[in-house]
Design a protein around this ligand. Structure first.
Ligand code: A2P
Length: 296
């Protein structure tokens, strides 16, 4: 399996597996980051809104791993999409992480909305002003790559219809056995866009179900792997970056030890994942009181 992918627009090499730190609690996340770096992870996927960047940064420094050896991603929160708000929140993330630059900065959601205000329809529908500011952050050296998260094909096409100086490096979305994202994956491959899979094990309440899928269990048994390793390997074989989250040391280590499934077994799992009935995915549209669906 590839250990890295190359970002088409910059040629930078991004490690295929990241430790995801969403939902990692304070006092747990630092330990998980240290365990991960010790186990060989060189990619940490975080965000300003996870509210754990200071602890992640402290762990990075404590680990003794040189900054330039680790790929650090953070994300621009919804309340800061207005161009004038971007550099201050980026600076806040940089200060908390204790670094001069990010390897990747993503628009976290295609929603521009300040707290207590209705969403900004223009900036949500066409985030070009946001993107231009992110391009400026690249020029300033504060960020090496820029991308998006939770964008569907329509939103990707809207954004890339603008005269961008830098094309999005990645789109980070929910991808799992339950949400295989076949159409988006096809579009991404045709358009030189790398996808990153969040909740790759099924996250919100479905990890147990994923690891109990008959095909997953059979393949694990046949290859002497754990069910989680089978699923993580499958993600990489589909060509996406994968962000398994764990705060359990043995799992953090386990999740990095992956290898290619033989083609027939890969096909079997792909077939199972893409032929079951559709499952709902994480969609905060209603929770955020939006009068539109983020994924429409
Ligand atoms: P924990 O953090 O307590 O170790 P996802 O990666 O899809 O977001 O799923 C994260 C969930 O999966 C967490 O609850 C995590 O538990 C659990 N998990 C992570 N790795 C494994 C593994 N190798 N085996 C079983 N469960 C795992």
């Amino acid at each position: 399996l590839p250990s890295h992918y190359t970002i088409p627009s910059t040629g930078h090499r991004i490690p295929a597996i990241a430790l995801g730190v969403w939902q990692a609690k304070p006092n747990e996340v630092g330990e998980a980051v240290k365990t991960a770096l010790k186990a060989g992870y060189r990619h940490i996927d975080g965000a300003w809104i996870y509210r754990n960047e200071a602890e992640v940064g402290q762990a990075l420094r404590d680990s003794g791993v040189p900054r330039e050896d680790v790929w650090i991603t953070s994300k621009l929160w919804n309340t800061f999409h207005a161009p004038e708000d971007i550099e201050p929140t980026l600076d806040d993330s940089l200060a908390k992480l204790g670094t001069e630059y990010l390897d990747m900065y993503l628009i976290h959601w295609p929603v521009a909305k300040k707290d207590g205000q209705p969403y900004d329809k223009d900036l949500t529908e066409n985030p070009y002003p946001t993107w231009q500011k992110l391009e400026e952050m690249v020029e300033k050296g504060k960020v090496r790559n820029i991308g998006v998260s939770n964008f569907n094909i329509r939103r990707l096409e809207n954004l890339t219809a603008n005269p961008l100086k830098i094309k999005p490096a990645v789109n980070q979305v929910e991808i799992s056995y339950w949400v295989p994202q076949v159409e988006l994956l096809k579009w991404a491959k045709e358009n030189d866009l790398l996808l990153e899979a969040y909740s790759p094990l099924g996250s919100t309440g479905r990890v147990g179900d994923t690891l109990a899928v008959p095909e997953v269990k059979e393949i694990a048994q046949e290859l002497g792997m754990t069910p989680a390793q089978v699923v993580i390997s499958w993600h990489i074989q589909r060509g996406t970056v994968v962000l398994p989250k764990s705060v359990t040391p043995s799992r953090v280590v386990e999740n990095l030890q992956v290898r290619a499934l033989p083609p027939a077994l890969f096909d079997k799992l792909e077939e199972a994942a893409t032929s079951h009935k559709p499952y709902p995915r994480l969609n905060p549209s209603k929770g955020w009181g939006l009068d539109f669906d983020i994924f429409d």
